[in-house]
Design a protein around this ligand. Structure first.
Ligand SMILES: CC(C)(COP(=O)(O)OP(=O)(O)OC[C@H]1O[C@@H](n2cnc3c(N)ncnc32)[C@H](O)[C@@H]1OP(=O)(O)O)[C@@H](O)C(=O)NCCC(=O)NCCS
Length: 189
């Protein structure tokens, strides 16, 4: 992970590095956007993030404490809740609503060898893709290589290990479909 992080940082311009640093030492600790004394925290966080991540749409709202890596793409009208963890190689579509403490973990440690400690076996990164109009509930964990379809809902506390179909509501550990938001006959892709 250290190597991957170093490679990503090396490719970034000085301005992007500075914005990333400012976000991590100041922006991320500013008050919640809904507080009466929020001190422009929403605008400051948005400005810093849009200048260091790979791509960022309009109207991004990021709450206090969220950790967002530079190689992340975010669409329009997205909200990222308090203390979320959005690691490398995550793409969010438009209108994605993410509650508090949601973790996107786009890497796994290799563990095939028995003679070497896991931390020394390297990591595999697999991108995470989130479609449009998706709601991700509080305390959800989304694991590497998963895709969440358009209009889906991930229930509070779920652990997503496989693809989530469009229009579905998934819940549990591992997350399974509990229902669909639309009946078969009104299904839109
Ligand atoms: C996913 C969710 C929207 C479903 O709500 P709903 O449509 O009212 O669904 P229901 O409460 O009727 O639940 C349907 C079934 O799923 C189960 N279920 C609902 N939420 C669940 C969860 N988080 N984990 C596991 N099972 C869950 C229910 O127990 C019920 O099971 P049953 O049919 O065996 O009784 C809601 O449960 C949820 O998790 N909301 C997220 C809240 C949140 O994170 N808010 C933060 C603010 S952004």
């Amino acid at each position: 992970m250290k190597t991957h992080r170093k490679k990503t940082l090396k490719k970034m311009s000085i301005t992007r590095k500075l914005m990333f640093l400012l976000y991590n030492i100041v922006g991320r600790f500013l008050p919640r956007t809904t507080m009466p004394y929020s001190l422009g925290s929403q605008a400051i966080r948005r400005f810093l993030i849009r200048n260091y991540i790979d791509s960022c749409g309009e109207n991004l709202v990021v709450e206090t404490g969220a950790l967002i890596s530079p190689n992340v793409c975010i669409g329009n009208n997205c909200t990222i809740g308090e203390n979320c963890l959005v690691r490398s190689q995550v793409t969010l579509g438009n209108d994605v609503l993410i509650a508090q403490n949601v973790s996107f973990i786009s890497f796994q440690h290799n563990y095939e060898r028995n003679d070497v400690p896991i931390h020394a076996q390297g990591e595999i990164f697999s991108p995470i893709m989130v479609g449009n109009d998706v709601w991700i509930g509080i305390n959800v964990v989304i694991l590497a290589g998963t895709t969440i379809g358009d209009h889906a809902i991930v229930a509070a506390g779920a652990v997503v290990t496989k693809g989530v179909p469009a229009w579905s509501v998934v819940a549990g550990v591992p997350a399974k479909v509990i229902k669909y938001r639309k009946c078969e006959n009104e299904y839109i892709s």
